[in-house]
Design a protein around this ligand. Sequence first.
Ligand code: PGA
Length: 259
Amino acid sequence: MENSKHLVVGNWKLHPRTLAEAKKVFLATKEASAKASKVDVVVCPPYPFLSELSYLYKGTKPTLGAQDLFYEEEGAYTGTVSGSMLKSVGVKWVIVGHSECRARGDTNKIVAKKLRAALLSEFTVILCVGEKERDHHEGEYYAFVRDEIISALEGVTVSELARLVVAYEPIWAIGGKASDAVTPQTLHEMTIHIRKVLTERYNNTLAKTVRILYGGSVKPDNAASLLREGFIDGFLVGGASVAPAEFAVIIDIAQKSKK
Ligand code: PGA
């Protein structure tokens, strides 16, 4: 079944600096998401804040996600965090394959292992894909995005698909201002491509059930047109998700847009 709600995910990255600030950002987002009955809202704070935020705001919206996880459950893996650790502090969602993690060494193979581990731990997983740059001659970025999806989904079963979200995040569009984002038309072409890849891997009916997000300089100024003309199911928001007033506007736009 196609999901009837929009999905807005905040990826806080390495922000804010303290737990006190994290609580403020979370509270403001909680207020904004309480008004948005038609939007699923998820925030992904840095690891050290997860436990406290989950304890303080148990059962309320937004739902908590993690920005990454490691694929082993325990052992001599300094600096990593496992699925069961995240689960035990109330995390329900996990991002895997973010380009900033890929830049620090996550290959397609590692992303596939992380995706597997996350699904086994019963998380809903946001798989990030996206090309570094656009070559205007060959459209190689389509093949690049296809490879990222197909390799990550190796071994992902039909029943697990209900817990998969694909986020298209072209690296060249990340971390800028509204005008640096992809255009709605270009986004629409990529949404069609991603659905085609999912159809090739599964089938047309199942492909339609996977929510597709866009991420890369999503701001209050461009969110409405990206959502409406890009034919996506929501956003993965970086910078604007730690600016609570901006994030609230983006949530409100998702609430008011038709799905
Ligand atoms: P941005 O980040 O919204 O700051 O461009 C998006 C992301 O990297 O998830």
